[in-house]
Design a protein around this ligand. Structure first.
Ligand SMILES: [Mg+2]
Length: 184
């Protein structure tokens, strides 16, 4: 894809990944509260492996208001994330940082997507991060909104071709995007 090639993605670029619906299967009207509820999207590990070879930095940015609602704890989330990272280790995938926002949607705090607090935190922790040389991949409109507010490139994972927020790319899965990248 020409549009992707024009970006000249290299190790000066950062990749921001949403979690639910991108890396692991999203639960309907529920939160992933324990490792039994965490299931990788088929092929996600290999897709991330392929992508991270191109990028310099890899970040997770995930809204987890199940914590704010009292349905799960910070510790529950840590157990789930440790499990996810263990599952990615055999693929040589290591996140530079995992950012999550525990706050309720109604609170509209800076960290909660579509606000850009988690991106700003990444930039604070890793000053070389350049949002103009960053891609966010997510399956919610709020992921795309956050990316646009931070002036990142945006990849919308969606089953149909509707692109209400005018993401830069629309794909059906992380796998599809990793193949596009590979071929760009
Ligand atoms: Mg999601």
């Amino acid at each position: 894809m020409n549009k992707l090639r024009q970006l000249n993605i290299d190790s000066t670029w950062s990749l921001f990944l949403d979690r639910d619906g991108v890396i692991n299967k999203k639960l309907d009207n529920d939160y992933v509260k324990n490792i039994d509820e965490f299931e990788f999207v088929e092929g996600a590990q290999v897709s991330i492996q392929k992508m991270t070879k191109l990028f310099g930095r890899l970040f997770l940015v995930t809204n987890q208001q199940g914590i704010g609602k009292g349905i799960m704890t910070h510790e529950d989330l840590k157990v789930v994330h440790d499990y996810m990272e263990e599952g990615l280790k055999p693929f040589d995938v290591k996140f530079d940082a995992l950012y999550y926002c525990p706050d309720l949607a109604a609170e509209n705090t800076l960290c909660r997507k579509p606000n850009i607090g988690m991106a700003l935190q990444a930039k604070k922790d890793f000053p070389e991060v350049d949002f103009l040389k960053s891609i966010i991949v997510g399956d919610s409109i709020t992921d795309i909104q956050m990316g646009k507010r931070a002036r990142m490139k945006t990849v919308f994972i969606h089953e149909d071709v509707a692109n209400p927020e005018e993401a830069d790319f629309v794909v059906k899965s992380l796998d599809e995007f990793s193949i596009l990248l590979e071929n760009s």
